[in-house]
Design a protein around this ligand. Structure first.
Ligand code: ADP
Ligand code: MG
Length: 682
């Protein structure tokens, strides 16, 4: 028996060299070894008749060696062992590369079970390097076999053996931290059974049980962790704000706020007037006017003599926020500065000095605003825009900057209500579910690429009327692969300029450009100096150019529903009718359903629900969009029912033991999952 923290190199059959390779997989000790779960399974239970095998399928056959294996040396370093095996239905030709010893392993007249990919022709079936064992042994055939993610120097058989060994050695140590009562209530198997069967399931039912237990466990720990984060706030003292007459702010706005904006602003001001720090998420569809809500919050803390930091995920967005907010807020006596990576050293120095001296009320920039070299005199509010780029861990770390500033996160990524509570369990949520008046819906079309000529003609018409257009392509070349000209932003922009819109200004934008270059292009587009902007998804979040009326998305099948919706939200921000054209030749059912949903609905929340329906919750977790800890099992198996069950169970436990004081093992597991320092979760 070995302790769970036993170094993996002491596991029988591993050793020094293999331990090094395993490390690349994150496997360092016995515990991480047995928690290295398969990515798939091969069902090798059933032995098939050779005559039934289809070319290309992977299958098991049990057959007798019909002739002496033949060894041939093709050249130096290439040796083949060939043999013929038969069952009562047909013969199968087997070839093994560079395993000359096999010549003496197989005995004529004896039966073995082989597993491999069927090759050759239906008249002459063959397998290359099939796995084999003596008939009836049942170790690598005749059972369900796990398939692990691999890395150089670590093969399936090494992992099989090491994990088998590891499970045997760990058995006694696997103590169930889920109380028996809870397991009984939710029909969860024990931890040993779960580990055994997630790796080596005896049958499908056992595998399902194992997964269910492990997925529940993860969702349970996740919920507990998020709830603890939330609870922690109730014990921390915040910067309680005094009430402020907001009339001056509201009357300085060029419009009156929508009801939803007002409600949200009230939520925020109420939070900041309370004794504990605010931790609020504002979810609002693209164009719902989140910026002004943030401005209200900034004004409010500034009038309370506190500083605010507004963080955007990109410099372009930070700039844009600065250009919208500074003129408005400066007039109201709120001193603003922009601070990004491209701020000149001299300016930067002076901004830092002013921040430290309390001579600035608002710093706008990227998340570098929280870097340790930036000292605030009295930071009272941190606003993060488009929060899905900021993970749970970062949220937790924020408390460290200033003495527990109020935290406001704004997101245009609509999360289905059913998942929001899970993902944002540590936040209070306001939803801006109303668009400013007078917005026209964006006409949305899905067309095949054969429509390009028509699309370009339509674009030209729009440009002639003075509008601008975005064209979005999937990511710019990765490792030299350019599967389609349209996929390459630069080449596409060049071609459009030369061949399609010779009299217009066509420019491109992609993530690999220097921040300065990106900004220059984006600023020129915003100023109307560029007619057509060909870009990757860098325009995805937040950028506001009201004169842009067409969003053309190439290879729309490459984007998820919520991403398509985000992109569409770049247009329809002005007084003109706007259009979104989705180009795709993919006739797959999923793709069609998604494009259809885009055509039918304009609501991000409705689309998110649709996405959930089409793809299941796995993707919401899997995409790691939301900065949740990585889930290893729930990822591919969790269903809503299980999620609810786990949430309910976690809440019931916390009602009895709010700090998990009485459940130290569980508390330790929660911390582990979040990988947070003790302070954040205590
Ligand atoms: P998002 O929620 O996507 O961040 P923005 O804050 O960028 O949206 O607002 C989108 C546009 O709507 C901006 O041009 C903004 O000036 C405008 N806007 C915001 N609130 C209102 C309102 N209450 N009435 C009219 N226009 C508004
Ligand atoms: Mg925004």
């Amino acid at each position: 028996m070995a302790e769970l923290n036993t170094d993996v190199r002491y596991i029988k059959g591993v050793g020094e060299a293999r331990a090094k390779s395993l490390k690349k997989l994150g496997v360092t000790d016995l515990k991480s070894l047995i928690a290295y779960f398969p990515r798939a399974y091969e069902d090798r239970r059933e032995s098939r008749r050779i005559a039934e095998l289809q070319i290309g399928e992977r299958a098991c056959v049990t057959a007798m060696v019909a002739g002496t294996p033949k060894l041939s040396r093709i050249r130096k370093g290439l040796e083949l062992v060939k043999l013929r095996v038969v069952d009562e239905s047909a013969a199968l030709e087997l070839t093994y590369f560079n395993q000359s010893y096999l010549r003496n392993t197989f005995r004529v007249g004896e039966s073995y079970t082989f597993y491999g990919t069927v090759e050759g022709t239906l008249l002459r079936r063959a397998m290359t390097n099939p796995v084999f064992e003596k008939e009836g042994k049942g170790e690598v055939t005749g059972c369900i076999v796990p398939v692990y993610p691999l890395t150089a120097g670590v093969g399936q058989s090494l992992l099989h053996r090491a994990i088998r060994q590891g499970l045997d050695e760990a058995a006694e140590q696997l103590v169930d931290f889920l109380p028996e009562e809870l397991r009984r209530q939710h029909g969860l198997c024990g931890v040993r059974y779960a580990y055994e069967n997630i790796h080596f399931p005896v049958d499908d039912a056992a595998l399902a049980e194992a997964r269910r237990r492990l997925a529940f466990e993860e969702l349970y720990l996740l919920t507990l962790g998020l709830r603890l984060l939330r609870a922690r706030r109730t014990t921390v003292k915040g910067k309680t704000c005094a009430s402020v007459d907001m009339a001056q702010f509201y009357s300085a706005l060029p419009f009156s706020l929508t009801g939803a904006q007002e409600r949200t602003a009230e939520d925020i001001l109420r939070d900041m007037s309370a004794a504990r720090p605010m931790n609020r998420l504002v979810q609002g569809d693209v164009g719902s006017g989140k910026t002004m809500v943030a401005a209200a919050a900034v004004y409010f803390v500034a009038k309370n003599g506190l500083q605010a930091a507004l963080m955007a995920p990109t410099e372009i967005l930070a700039e844009q926020h600065y250009h919208t907010l500074a003129p408005l807020l400066e007039r109201l006596g709120v001193r603003c500065a922009l601070l990004t990576a491209s701020t000149k050293a001299k300016t930067r120095r002076s901004v830092l000095e002013q921040l430290a001296a309390g001579e600035l009320d608002l710093a706008i920039g990227t998340h570098a605003l929280l870097s340790p070299d930036i000292a605030y005199q009295n930071l009272g509010l941190v606003v993060t825009d488009e929060q899905h780029r900021f993970g749970v861990n970062q949220r937790a770390a924020l408390g460290a900057k200033g003495e527990n500033p109020h935290l406001l996160v704004m997101s245009a990524t609509p999360i289905p209500r059913t998942l929001a509570l899970m993902i944002y369990g540590d936040l209070d949520v306001s939803v801006i579910d109303e668009l400013p008046p007078g917005r026209k819906s964006i006409e949305t079309y899905a067309v095949p690429s054969s429509y390009h000529e028509r699309i370009y003609a339509f674009l030209e018409k729009q440009l002639a009327e003075g509008r601008q257009a975005y064209i979005v392509c999937p990511m710019v070349e990765e490792n030299g692969e350019l599967p389609d000209e349209r996929k390459a932003v630069t080449a596409y922009a060049e071609r459009l300029q030369k061949e399609v819109f010779p009299t217009r200004v066509v420019r491109f934008l992609h993530g690999k450009m220097k921040p300065k270059e990106k900004e220059t292009v984006m600023r020129a587009f915003a100023a109307g100096e560029i007619d057509v902007l060909v870009s990757t998804t860098v325009v995805e979040v937040g950028v506001d150019v009201p004169n842009a009326a067409v969003m053309l998305i190439e290879n729309a099948e490459c984007f998820g529903l919520s991403q398509l919706h985000q992109l569409r939200g770049r247009v329809g921000r002005g007084a003109w009718q706007s259009y979104c054209i989705l180009v795709s030749d993919n006739r797959g059912e999923d793709n069609r359903a998604r494009l259809d949903a885009m055509r039918r609905t304009q609501s991000g929340f409705a689309l998110a629900e649709e996405d959930l329906r089409l793809r299941g919750p796995g993707d919401f977790f899997g995409a790691r969009q939301h900065g949740l800890p990585t889930l290893r099992v729930a990822d591919f198996t969790c269903d809503m029912e299980l999620l609810y069950e786990a949430q309910g169970a976690a809440e019931a436990l916390l009602a009895l033991d709010p700090t998990l004081e009485a459940h130290p093992a569980l508390h330790a597991r929660v911390r582990e999952l979040f990988d947070l320092n003790a302070e954040a979760l205590n």
